[in-house]
Design a binder for this molecule. Structure first.
Ligand code: GSH
Length: 246
């Protein structure tokens, strides 16, 4: 059996299969894709994942993209502890939370992260090299996203709306976690894995509004997940930072 995972840092979408494979105990070969040097737009990678994004999983020659369905694929295709609730209602809750992370939390988190961290990092590079690299991005969608980031073309209104949404999402998670141990109920599931990868950044991005006093259930849940052996193994793939929220 061969399992290859193309990923970047163990966070956001690329972090989902890193944790899930570790939770299931599946051995895999890790391929680091250097997103900040645009290796995701190289022709050989685009042939696997035409969106030019991570993650991509290859299992015995079968290419799987899209991190959320990828989690369900890994849970179904391999032995190991179940990461989906056994009952239909629990599975529906798991999918609803995963969708919330993908559709509501993820885009806002990404806008704040790109504007505060990735853009300033990029602007320390040689402007001519940057302009050339930007031109070489083969997909119009990603070229536009990178252009906005590199030249700081985010609008104040969009950034403020994203920050507002991060606080709304954190409060919603905190409320759910005040009632149930895990997002879908009693069972640690893909909903927790998918959401953790984004939610772990919330107290870092918005420390005044989102912290252990204002959102204790959310912070306890993030720390409980960060302490799981499988998650520690996944976080060990980080080349930049490890997260524990105290
Ligand atoms: N819908 C995709 C989104 C993947 C995605 O947004 N990947 C980001 C990292 S979290 C990426 O590769 N960004 C680099 C780029 O867009 O150039 C999924 O869930 O797999």
């Amino acid at each position: 059996m061969s399992v290859d995972l193309y990923h970047f840092e163990p966070n956001a979408n690329g972090g989902k299969p890193l944790i899930t494979l570790n939770e299931k105990g599946v051995p895999f070969t890790s391929h680091w894709v250097d997103l900040l040097n645009w290796h995701q737009h190289r022709p050989d990678y685009l042939a696997l994942n035409p969106k030019g994004q991570v993650p991509t999983l290859i299992h015995d020659g079968v290419v799987i993209t899209e991190s959320t369905p990828m989690g369900e694929y890994i849970d179904e295709a391999f032995d190991g502890p179940a990461l989906r609730p056994a009952d239909p209602a629990g599975r529906a809750r798991m999918r609803a939370w995963s969708r919330y992370a993908d559709e509501f939390l993820g885009p806002s988190l990404s806008m704040i992260g790109w504007s505060r961290f990735i853009g300033p990092k990029m602007r320390t590079r040689d402007p001519h090299e940057l302009a050339k690299a930007l031109e070489a991005i083969p997909t119009a969608e990603r070229r536009k996203a990178w252009d906005i980031t590199i030249y700081d073309r985010f609008t104040e209104a969009d950034l403020a709306e994203s920050e507002r949404r991060l606080v709304v999402a954190a409060a919603r998670l905190d409320e759910q976690l005040s009632r149930t141990r895990w997002l879908a109920g009693d069972c640690y599931s893909l909903a927790d894995i998918n959401t953790f990868n984004m939610a772990a950044a919330l107290p870092i991005f918005m420390p005044a509004a989102i912290n252990a006093s204002t959102m204790p259930h959310l912070v306890n849940w993030v720390n409980a997940i960060a302490d799981r052996p499988a998650v520690r193994s996944a976080l060990a793939y980080s080349r930049n930072s490890l997260r524990r929220l105290d």
